[in-house]
Design a binder for this molecule. Sequence first.
Ligand SMILES: O=c1ccn([C@@H]2O[C@H](COP(=O)(O)O)[C@@H](O)[C@H]2O)c(=O)[nH]1
Length: 242
Amino acid sequence: MQNPIIIALDFPNRQKTEQFLEHFGNKPLFVKVGMELFYREGLSMIYWLKERGYRVFLDLKLHDIPNTVHNAMKNLALAGADMVNVHASGGIKMMAAAKEGLYAGMQEKQKPLLIAVTQLTSTSEIVMREEMLVSQFTLEQAVVEYAKNAKNAGLDGVVSSVNETTLIKEVCGDSFLTVTPGIRLLGSSFHDQERVASPAAAARAKTDYIVIGRSITEAADPVSSYEQILNEWSGSFEISHR
Ligand SMILES: O=c1ccn([C@@H]2O[C@H](COP(=O)(O)O)[C@@H](O)[C@H]2O)c(=O)[nH]1
């Protein structure tokens, strides 16, 4: 059983990030660098994390014309991240171009995982229908259609909420990765998230990775919050996967 937790390092700069990581000592963490930290610190932040042995998900959610995404991915390949992503709504051609750019000239063992965001976990079905004007599908159907497109483009998996994980696995296969943010312990604030699930529900749905930010980064004791989430996930994993 692998540790599924990816901690979202949503901090304004490297100094705050380092202060946070000090709590964990030498723990072999999987961390996520998103737009906030990357737009301040750039590739050097990723090099810094990799030099210290962290696994890194570089969460920049690329979405542009295929040529631009292809060439941007060629540069992001230099980061040495373990996982990178695009928006599935950019289409199959864009996702395939992302993959080609990312892996150009890379040896097999260096290749990061490439995944696609389906519908953000902050999006509700009403917003999808009334603001994004995707009205012919339920939110779950739309997510699964995006997952199928990502698979057809040769990607390794998708970002979705836990609610859609089971169906994605049924349609795209168990080895197609599901990476699920919007994780909250019972009774915690949802903040700006809409499609939320507990670590236990994520384990029952057999998701591969859970992405957690504020529940850990804003906790009075981040390490005990991390352990609590891991214990809840592991306990439920053992019960439901026996
Ligand atoms: O659909 C998505 C895609 C990405 N995220 C990112 O995950 C974390 C979640 O942080 P919390 O503080 O646990 O809400 C954040 O970095 C998002 O950019 C997402 O939430 N939903």
